[in-house]
Design a protein around this ligand. Structure first.
Ligand code: ADE
Length: 230
């Protein structure tokens, strides 16, 4: 069975495509699914586009059409808290959707109504593998913790404070929570690994452009090292 690899940006896909033996590329839901081998493992690699709807659809196609047995999502994120700076890596062991709000019905913010879980847990073995790889191949710091996902590029100090207080999140991004949600419903192990590109504050969009390339290099290296051990 193959491993589904979801990346957010073309730059990350390019690194994978350079090193994979590609069998075929197919278009589903307007996304290109690249099927082949990477470092001896069968993979399906895809750029899902931005946001929760794109990433959820992409995840379901990987599961239903390509029968992947696990999913790895790499990409970038805004760091939360002063200790987490661009270049650092956050391995998400728990994912929440910060823009899910049914508090009017008494649910806690982030809780998806009528679902039997508050957060979505990454696969423990994959988390441990990712941590080991991060420690052995990069000098950047890596953290394990919660990632908060929403359809919003966060560039606001008040919002980061809220994400930290409400969810105890270490990073915010726009796809991980819905990938996790889709995997949870399908009972598929997953992991979300994000390199920090900005601090989600008022200068976030500028830092994002500046640090994007370090982040891409980070996540591509982590992915390659993980794949050989999966
Ligand atoms: N991805 C990278 N930086 C981000 C931010 N500040 N907010 C949401 N997604 C991001």
């Amino acid at each position: 069975m193959s491993i589904g690899i979801i990346v957010a940006m073309n730059e990350e896909l390019e690194v994978i495509l350079r090193e994979m033996q590609k069998e075929k590329t197919e278009v589903r839901a307007n996304m290109e699914f690249h099927v082949g081998d990477l470092l001896g493992k069968k993979i399906v690699a895809v750029v899902c586009g931005i946001g929760k709807v794109n990433s959820a659809i992409c995840t379901q196609v990987l599961i239903s059409e390509y029968g992947v047995s696990k999913i790895v999502n790499i990409g970038i994120a805004g760091g939360i808290g002063k200790d987490i700076v661009p270049g650092d890596i956050v391995i998400g062991d728990s994912l929440v959707q910060h823009d899910m709000d049914a508090t009017a019905f008494g649910d806690k913010v982030g809780q998806i109504p009528r679902l039997d879980t508050f957060d979505f847990k990454s696969d423990k073995l994959l988390v441990d593998l990712a941590k080991g790889v991060c420690e052995s191949i990069t000098e950047h710091k890596s953290y394990i913790g919660r990632i908060a996902t929403g359809d919003q590029f966060v560039a606001d100090v008040e919002k980061i404070k809220w994400l930290s207080e409400e969810f105890n999140a270490l990073a915010c991004e726009m796809e991980g929570g819905s990938i996790a949600h889709t995997c949870y419903l399908n009972n598929i192990p997953f992991i979300v690994i994000r390199s920090i590109s900005d601090n989600a504050n008022t200068g976030a969009h500028m830092d994002f452009e500046k640090f994007k390339y370090i982040a891409v290099e980070n996540s591509s290296n982590i992915l390659k090292n993980m794949i050989s051990n999966m």
